[in-house]
Design a protein around this ligand. Structure first.
Ligand code: S3P
Length: 443
């Protein structure tokens, strides 16, 4: 998938955000829904699928390995799976675009199938570490040849039957956990992942939903997740809940722009994903949950968010795994809080779609915000609610969340903020700017 041309955008304040919007389907759950459906025997139906570039990269790769995947309507998709063990040899490289989740999880799938697949990606993805999945998958018997530094492009030659392992995660990563569980699906015996720090548990929930034999034990070493291989997955009808990581931008935007009062509908509230809401509430944000319900086995609610002055906090490091994708926009919230917010313990931000610590420091500093950088986070001194100076051009560095976070910052800046390239927003939230228009009366 070629990256679209850069799109420069200038953002100036548009007044209060008001009204109601729904967020698109959860990215993590959308990837998994397609992958598990592609491994089931029979026809699965998915509603609410995120139709962003990352998820479309997963769909294309699964098609290249034999699954039949069709779009039947807006957000509704039908998948005819090949069965666990039934993936076919792809005839061209699997192009992963910007998507780390597609790459790492699909590497797991290929690792225990008798096929060989080459993974390629854009400049951002090609700079990201894959050693964290290569190590466990090689222990299971896959033969992986990576570019220097354990990077893309790389080739995975699967082993079938693979060898079950018991693996303690050295980094808190749901992608690594899921890659091993996916490899375990077609591996005889029991594959175990020990997770000292809990990360998003969508794979576990959904694999059980598809009929896999999966157990979770809580011990002193952490969560032990065990999956019995040579599983048979049964097709499902799935509704994907809205993405809390996409809702995050509106939660912060409404909190910082005076007069705002919005409702964000259909927000997934799985406890492994709600760290930002907890952090914003500690800062004094006014977020209320309306109509709590269950969607596709995940807790969901509509969130009402009203502008309120924010106070700086020391962000509890224990929240890091459940808000790992939300730090860029949390840094924006901190730029408008009263006092100095300290956010540390988030070293993983260095290896996301960009180095998000360096990227947000550069962008916010260019906009006149006082920032101190640490190896694992930032300290940000906020304006106490006044606009930040703005008036700079900032780099999104092929990172959707940097582009969207700096858009939010521009909504309360004294002078416009120009973002050099907002095209990456299409990887996770193609309707982001349409929703911004709707919330600011421009629809
Ligand atoms: C994801 C896990 C997280 C997250 C990413 C999506 C997933 O990555 O940052 O956006 O769907 O499993 P890590 O596993 O690298 O923490």
């Amino acid at each position: 998938m070629a990256h679209p041309l850069p799109q420069t955008l200038s953002i100036a304040p548009r007044g209060a955000l008001t009204g109601t919007i729904a967020v698109p389907g959860d990215k993590s759950i959308s990837h998994r829904a397609l992958m598990f459906a592609a491994l089931a025997v029979g026809t699965s139906r998915i509603a609410g699928l995120l139709e962003g570039e990352d998820v479309l990269a997963t769909a294309a790769a699964l098609r290249a390995m034999g699954a039949t995947i069709e779009r039947t309507g807006e957000g509704t998709w039908q998948v005819d799976g090949v069965g666990v063990g039934g993936l076919l040899q792809p005839t061209t490289a699997l192009e992963m675009g910007n998507s780390g989740t597609s790459t790492r999880l699909l590497m797991g799938l290929v690792a225990s199938h008798p096929i060989t697949a080459t993974f390629t990606g854009d400049a951002s993805l090609s700079g990201r570490p894959m050693g964290r999945v290569i190590d466990p998958l090689a222990q299971m018997g896959a033969d992986i040849t990576a570019s220097p530094g354990g990077k893309l492009p790389l080739m995975v030659r699967g082993l079938c039957p693979a060898v079950p392992i018991s693996y303690t995660l050295p980094v808190a990563s749901a992608q690594v956990k899921s890659a091993i569980l996916l490899a375990g699906l077609n591996t005889p015996g029991i594959t175990r992942v020990i997770e000292p720090v809990a990360t998003r548990d969508h794979s576990e929930r959904m694999l059980r939903g598809f009929g896999a034999e999966l157990t979770i034990e809580r011990t002193n070493e952490g969560r032990i997740i065990a999956i019995r291989g040579e599983a048979e997955l049964k097709p499902q009808t799935i509704t994907v809940p809205g993405d809390p990581s996409s809702a995050a931008f509106w939660l912060v935007a409404a909190s910082i722009v005076p007069g705002s009062d919005i409702v964000v509908r259909n927000v997934g509230l799985n406890a492994t994903r709600t760290g930002l809401i907890a952090a914003l509430r500690l800062m004094g944000a006014d977020i209320t949950e309306l109509d709590p319900r269950d969607v596709g086995g995940e807790p969901v609610a509509d969130l009402r968010v009203r502008h309120t002055p924010l106070t700086a906090i020391d962000v509890p490091e224990t929240l890091a795994p459940s808000m790992i994708d939300e730090y860029p926009v949390l840094f924006v919230a901190a730029a408008f809080a009263h006092g100095r917010t300290l956010a540390r313990g988030a070293h993983e931000l260095r290896v996301k779609e960009s180095d998000r610590i360096a990227a947000m420091k550069a962008a916010l500093e260019a906009c006149g915000v006082a920032i101190e950088e640490f190896d694992d986070g930032l300290a940000i001194t906020g304006t106490g609610g006044d606009p930040i100076p703005g008036g700079a051009t900032v780099a999104s560095l092929l990172d959707h969340r940097i582009a969207m976070s700096m858009t939010v910052a521009g909504l309360h800046a004294a002078r416009p903020i120009t973002i050099d390239d907002v095209a990456p927003v299409a990887t996770s939230y193609p309707a982001f700017y349409t929703s911004l228009d709707a919330l600011t009366g421009r629809a």
